[in-house]
Design a protein around this ligand. Structure first.
Ligand SMILES: C[S@@+](CC[C@H](N)C(=O)[O-])C[C@H]1O[C@@H](n2cnc3c(N)ncnc32)[C@H](O)[C@@H]1O
Length: 217
């Protein structure tokens, strides 16, 4: 990863620190429903009491519906301000501030029944360390469900774009498929959806939603 990419990823924490207070209101205004999509696509595999880690939990929007059906929520995020708002919702068993560019993640092997990651992975130029750490800390048979920006036709020429002042990496499906294979996740469901971004320069983006399962050792 180049120094430029590292700097940009650092900015994605700063940007969220600055936007934290307005975040929940803004996503409602521009009609982002990624968190509902994640819950709708994977709750059938989960039970009350399961331990779920939300990577880049932010203010907790993606975890909230799981907490509502008795799933135990653990959250990790680089932004102290996003976590502050998440804490007021009083639904997580544990919240940690941690920059996900660093490895290892601060959890023991096979700790979580499931891991979700909603709208976060496209802030990273290199995803292999995140997928490898996710594979380490999830239980065999556990679900890893995530939403990531997916390039549309015409995007072939770039690997990243500026969106609303922040960088978004356009990871190709083939790259994601290889990561899943290398880290021993099998795909259960995949959905492509368009959604508004709230940014004037790029008003809409395409997203891929993946429900995957960690293969047994
Ligand atoms: C678009 S928000 C999504 C928040 C939440 N998952 C949701 O569904 O509403 C992206 C989140 O990723 C976090 N993030 C971005 N880069 C990060 C990094 N390097 N380490 C940890 N968290 C990061 C931001 O702080 C922010 O909370």
């Amino acid at each position: 990863m180049s120094a430029g990419e590292l700097l940009d990823t650092e900015d994605s924490i700063k940007i969220h620190d600055q936007e934290a207070a307005a975040y929940d209101r803004q996503v409602k205004e521009y009609e982002w429903h990624g968190h509902d999509v994640i819950f709708g696509m994977c709750h059938e595999y989960m039970q009350a009491g399961d331990r779920l880690l939300d990577l880049g939990i932010g203010t907790g929007l993606a975890s909230l519906p799981f907490a509502g059906v008795g799933v135990e929520i653990y959250g990790i995020d680089g932004s102290a301000e996003m976590l502050k708002i998440c804490r007021t919702k009083n639904m997580a068993k544990e919240l940690r501030q941690f920059d996900l560019r660093n490895t290892p993640f601060p959890y023991t092997d096979h700790l979580f029944d499931h891991i979700i990651c909603c709208g976060v992975l496209h802030f990273f130029g290199e995803l292999k360390p995140i997928f490898a750490e996710t594979a380490r800390i999830i239980k065999p048979g556990g679900l890893f469900t995530y939403i990531i920006v997916s390039p549309v036709e015409g995007d072939e020429d770039y690997s990243s774009r500026m969106v609303g002042g922040g960088i978004v990496f356009m990871h190709k499906r083939e790259y994601i498929a290889k990561l899943l294979r290398d880290c021993r996740f099998e795909k259960l469901k995949e959905l492509t959806m368009m959604s508004k971004t709230g940014a004037a320069d790029v008003p809409e983006l395409r997203y891929g939603v993946y429900v995957t399962r960690r293969c047994s050792e």
